[in-house]
Write a protein that binds this ligand. Structure first.
Ligand SMILES: NC(=O)c1ccc[n+]([C@@H]2O[C@H](COP(=O)([O-])OP(=O)(O)OC[C@H]3O[C@@H](n4cnc5c(N)ncnc54)[C@H](OP(=O)(O)O)[C@@H]3O)[C@@H](O)[C@H]2O)c1
Length: 392
C-alpha cells in the first residue's frame, strides 16, 4: 500500500511456509518494515515455532497442515489468551493466506507442495512473492498465464531471479542478449566423480556462502538448484533456455546479471542475505532503508568459470527436461525430491541422486500436455520410480 505521494505505508501479508528458512527471514523483514501486518501464517507441522511467531505477530489466522500439530497449537493459543484462529489442513492453510486483508502472499513452502497454493493465491488476486521455485519449474506453463489473467504481480524472492528482475528495470526486454545465471558451485566445486562417490550428507549440507533449508542446500551441491533456477528464469521472464547461461561464481557476490545486445552487462550484487531480497519483493517498486547486511566491494575478488557439467550432470538434465517439455519438468523435480530425501536419510550416495534423476527422465513414457492433474501424476510416477529402484 502506498500513500498519496507513492511512499510505502505497509501491507497485509500472508506467509505460506512461515517456519522455514525463507519464512522465518520473511518475518524478520516484516518485523522491521513499518506498517506491515502479518495476517496469516501456515506451516506443515512445526507448531512449536508457529506458537512463538503467533506471540510476536498476533496474526488473524495460523494454519498447521498436520492435524496433531494444529490441535496442540490451538490448545496453546487458547492457554496463552491469544486471539489467533487456528486452522488445520492444506486447504485451510491456503485459505488463510487468501484472507481479504492480505495484499501479498510469500510462498515459502518447499517442493511441489507449493504449486497448488501458488495457483490459488493467484486466482484470489493476491500478489505473490515467490520463493517456491518448484511452482514455476513444474507448473510455469500454468502459473504464468493465470497470473496474467488475474493481473497480479509475481515478485521474485530467490536471489538470482531477483537480481535479473532488478537488472531489467528501465530496460527494453527485447534488447536482452542473454541472462547470466550465477552459481556458487556448492561445497563440492572442483571435486572429481571419484571424490564425490564418498561424500557425506553433512558435507553436502555445508553450503559455502548461503544458509538455507536442507533440500535446496543439497540441490545446490548437485547443481540441480541451478537447473531449477534456469527453468524458473525461463518462465518468469519469458526468456528461451538457450539465452540463459550458467556461470560458476564462487563468491556469490554477483547474484546474476543481464547482458544486453549492445554488449553492456548489468549485474545484481549484494551481501548473501535473503532478507534484502525478501524486502524488495514486499516493497516493490519502492525501496526502504534497512539495517540488513551490506556488501563492501573493497577487497573483494570476483571470479567466474564454466560449470563442470561432466561431473555435475543435473544442470544438463534440467535443460533437457525443459526442452522435452510437457510434464518432463515434473519428473525432473519429483525424482530429485525423492532422491534428495533418500540421500538425506542415508539410503543412497550423493552420485545416486543424478543417476536416479537421469534414469527417471530416460524411462518416463507418460509425457502429457501440462495440466495440474498431469503434473501431479508425473510427479507421483517419478517418486514411485525412484523409491522402487532404491527400496524395492
Ligand atoms: N532458504 C533459502 O535461502 C532459499 C533461497 C532461495 C529460494 N528458496 C526456495 O524457497 C523455498 C523454501 O525453501 P526453504 O529453504 O525456506 O525451505 P525450508 O526451510 O525447508 O522450509 C519449508 C517451509 O515449508 C513448509 N512445508 C513443508 N512441507 C510443506 C507442505 N507439504 N505443504 C506446505 N508447507 C510445507 C515447512 O513447514 P514445517 O517447518 O512445518 O515443515 C516450512 O515452513 C524452496 O522452494 C527453495 O528452493 C530458498
Amino acid at each position: 500500500m502506498t500513500d498519496a505521494l507513492g511512499g510505502f505505508i505497509g501491507k497485509g501479508i500472508g506467509v505460506y511456509g512461515s517456519t522455514g528458512s525463507i519464512g522465518t527471514q520473511t518475518l524478520e523483514v516484516a518485523r522491521q518494515l513499518k506498517g506491515t501486518k502479518v495476517v496469516a501464517l501456515s506451516c506443515k507441522s512445526n507448531a512449536k515455532l508457529m506458537l512463538e511467531q503467533i506471540k510476536i505477530f498476533k496474526p488473524k489466522y495460523a494454519a498447521v497442515i498436520d492435524e496433531s500439530g494444529a490441535e496442540w497449537l490451538e490448545r496453546r493459543v487458547k492457554a496463552n489468551g491469544l486471539k489467533t484462529e487456528v486452522l488445520h489442513g492444506e486447504r485451510e492453510a491456503i485459505n488463510a493466506c487468501t484472507a481479504e486483508e492480505i495484499e501479498i502472499v510469500v510462498n515459502a513452502a518447499v517442493g511441489i507442495a507449493g504449486l497448488v497454493p501458488t495457483l490459488q493465491f493467484i486466482k484470489n488476486g493476491k500478489d505473490l512473492a515467490l520463493a517456491n521455485k518448484e511452482s514455476l519449474v513444474v507448473g510455469g506453463r500454468l502459473v504464468i498465464p493465470e497470473a496474467k489473467k488475474a493481473g497480479i504481480k509475481i515478485l521474485p524472492v530467490d536471489s538470482e531471479p531477483s537480481a535479473v528482475f532488478q537488472c531489467m528495470q528501465g530496460n527494453d526486454k527485447g534488447s536482452i542478449e542473454r541472462l547470466l545465471l550465477t552459481a556458487s558451485g556448492g561445497p563440492f566445486r572442483g571435486k572429481s566423480t571419484k571424490d564425490l562417490s564418498s561424500v557425506t550428507v553433512s558435507e553436502a549440507l555445508k553450503h559455502p556462502t548461503w544458509k538455507m533449508g536442507k533440500r535446496i542446500t543439497i540441490d545446490s551441491a548437485t547443481l540441480m538448484n541451478k537447473g531449477f533456477e534456469m527453468i524458473e528464469l525461463h518462465w518468469m521472464f519469458d526468456i528461451p533456455a538457450e539465452k540463459i547461461k550458467v556461470v560458476i561464481h564462487p563468491q556469490s557476490i554477483v547474484h546474476s546479471a543481464v547482458q544486453y545486445n549492445d554488449g553492456n552487462i548489468i549485474a545484481g550484487m549484494g551481501a548473501t542475505d535473503m532478507k534484502v531480497l525478501i524486502q524488495y519483493a514486499l516493497t516493490y517498486p519502492i525501496r526502504i532503508p534497512n539495517k540488513f547486511a551490506r556488501l563492501d566491494l573493497a577487497g573483494q575478488a570476483l571470479s567466474f568459470e564454466e560449470p563442470d557439467t561432466d561431473t555435475f550432470k543435473c544442470l544438463d538434465l534440467a535443460y533437457s527436461a525443459l526442452r522435452s517439455g510437457g510434464t518432463y519438468p515434473s519428473v525432473l523435480n519429483g525424482s530429485d525430491e525423492a532422491a534428495v530425501q533418500l540421500f538425506i536419510n542415508g539410503k543412497i550416495g550423493f552420485l545416486d541422486i543424478q543417476r536416479l534423476v537421469s534414469e527417471a527422465l530416460s524411462d518416463f513414457k507418460g509425457n502429457k500436455e501440462v495440466s495440474l492433474e498431469n503434473i501431479m501424476e508425473s510427479d507421483r510416477w517419478a517418486r514411485a520410480y525412484v523409491n522402487a529402484k532404491v527400496i524395492g
